[in-house]
Design a protein around this ligand. Structure first.
Ligand code: NAP
Length: 476
């Protein structure tokens, strides 16, 4: 191996003694995707053009769980990679973390991310230098010492979310010369980063190969485009929004230990995958029970698996999983489908997919790992068992709106309600994307449970950005 495996004591030592850049991979022996990524990571450690500048190490997630609390490593899933800068001063906090990303990565995408960081932070430096880049840490140190509130020059816009809606909004607000900060959340790029090929995003299509772009590539491109026009990306979750109508800068975002002020906020926080809500679910996550076919399908080569759901996601995942699995059961609780005709037909025509209709999962089989599902017939109420090696759930999403609960009105399923979706007599503004709080705008899947497409989310982001720009101009 060309990277070192660190223990807790080694990491503590580095904090006090090292002033180098390190790429850290957090993984675990039980994590399949981590095992896939280790050879790629090894190759990166050997071949990367910054290898004189950056060291590559591995940390075991299981023995370093306290690193989130102690050092600010937010690790929702593994494998997860961080570029960090030690300062040999005994202090390590999340301000030392320069880049963070998760999931499966190609060598190219790894290289690109490091490239982007070093060329943006330090464009004058030669990639092969042995010196550390000359980055000014004074702002970081001040912030660390004072945990103070940073106030930007006006007008400033915070965009919460980095899916197609958030990034489109950022492209528009940044081009309109609003100082734009994108709070990416912990999974930058949003839901499209867990899909494979996107065939229906206009323009993101190769006329020669007749293939659509891959989801993660499309999102990376959108982020670069937003950053090109001046938007700044910050990898963190927003905990809440404080509103002070009398203050010169009305909105204060809670970023966990730190606060930032903005003149306007666009909420584009999207939606997350839904779980079945049946007994044993938590225990089996990652042990035969999955929400992301792209991430975990690889482990089911030659196996028998099931996909739950009757929407486009279920059809897409079932089709994708036939690349690996011997057989895929498509289990749906009724006979009608929400899936579009074309996606449904594709699944029906796939000889490896067998439809199991009018059946809902009510229990998992297995002790340590999933060995099957107990199904209940929606018509007869009879139960039956189906032996399986793995289960993928694709039953829709819940909007990420917890951080504004009680502050902004939501429908019964938690989706936000912009002005345009309110009855005319309840509207308080002519800005269609504005919430009931002037200055907070809403875009994308967080308010749209009907269309939920990348292109509609992007359109929503554009509208919210244009409304924000006009509203800010009205305030002057
Ligand atoms: P969806 O359209 O809301 O479908 C969810 C499915 O899960 C429904 O069939 C639903 O059954 C079922 N379901 C919900 N809760 C369940 C439970 N507790 N137990 C069992 N089954 C349950 O969600 P989606 O498929 O994620 O699609 C969301 C949006 O994204 C759609 O607009 C879709 O067109 C779009 N999308 C597009 C693409 C693409 O174009 N490439 C790919 C994926 C998704 P019922 O029908 O009985 O309620």
């Amino acid at each position: 191996m060309n990277y070192n495996t660190l223990e807790d004591k080694d990491f503590i030592n580095l904090i006090s003694t090292s002033s180098d850049y390190y790429v850290i991979m957090f993984g675990a022996s039980w994590c399949g995707p981590c095992q896939i990524m280790k050879p790629v990571y090894d190759e990166l450690a050997t071949s990367h053009k910054y290898q004189k500048l950056v060291k590559f190490v591995y940390l075991d997630r299981d023995t370093t769980r306290h690193y989130n609390q102690d050092y600010g490593f937010e690790i929702p899933t593994i494998p997860r990679f961080f570029l960090v800068k030690f300062e040999a001063n005994g202090i390590f906090s999340h301000f030392n973390i320069k880049i963070s990303f998760g999931g499966s990565q190609s060598l190219d995408s790894f290289n690109q991310k490091l490239d982007d960081y070093f060329s943006i932070s330090n464009p004058q430096k030669n990639a092969n230098t042995t010196e550390s880049p000359n980055i000014d840490f004074s702002e970081i140190t001040n912030t660390l010492t004072n945990m103070n509130t940073i106030t930007h020059k006006k007008p400033t816009v915070a965009i919460i979310g980095s899916g197609p809606s958030g990034l489109t909004a950022a492209i528009y607000t940044a081009r309109a010369e609003l100082e734009t900060t994108i709070y990416t959340g912990l999974e930058p790029g949003g839901q499209l980063t867990t899909t494979t090929e996107i065939e229906n995003f206009p323009g993101a299509w190769d006329a020669t190969t007749k293939a659509g772009m891959m989801g993660p590539d499309l999102m990376q491109l959108m982020q670069k485009q937003a950053e090109h026009f001046g938007a700044k990306s910050v990898l963190t979750e927003i905990r809440g929004i404080e509103i002070d109508d009398k203050a010169e800068t009305k909105f204060t975002l809670d970023i966990g230990g730190k606060k930032e002020k903005f003149d306007a906020v666009i909420i584009a926080s999207g939606a997350s995958a839904k779980y079945l809500g049946i007994a044993g679910e938590e225990k089996f996550v990652g042990k035969g029970y999955h929400t992301c076919a792209t991430c975990d399908g690889f482990f089911y080569r030659g196996k028998i698996i099931a996909v739950i759901g009757g929407g486009d996601s279920a059809m897409e995942e079932a089709n994708f999983l036939t690349k690996f699995a011997e057989k895929v059961y498509l289990i749906h609780r009724r006979e009608e489908f929400r899936a579009s005709k074309i996606m449904l037909e594709r699944a029906r025509e796939n000889p490896k997919i067998e439809f199991v209709l009018n059946k809902a999962p009510i229990d998992f089989m297995g002790d340590e790992e999933v060995t099957g599902l107990v199904l209940k017939d929606s018509i007869t109420s009879q139960t039956s068992e189906l032996n399986l090696d793995g289960v993928f759930v694709a039953i829709g999403h819940i909007p990420n709106t917890g951080f504004v609960k009680g502050q902004l009105s939501m429908d019964e399923t938690g989706y936000l309600i912009p002005q345009a979706k309110r009855p005319p007599e309840e509207r308080t503004s002519h800005y269609g994307t504005m919430s009931e709080i002037p200055g907070i705008f809403i875009a994308g899947d967080v308010e749209d449970k009907t269309y939920r497409q990348a292109i509609t989310a992007a359109g929503g982001g554009c509208k919210a950005a244009m409304d924000t720009e006009k509203w800010l101009a009205d305030q002057e």
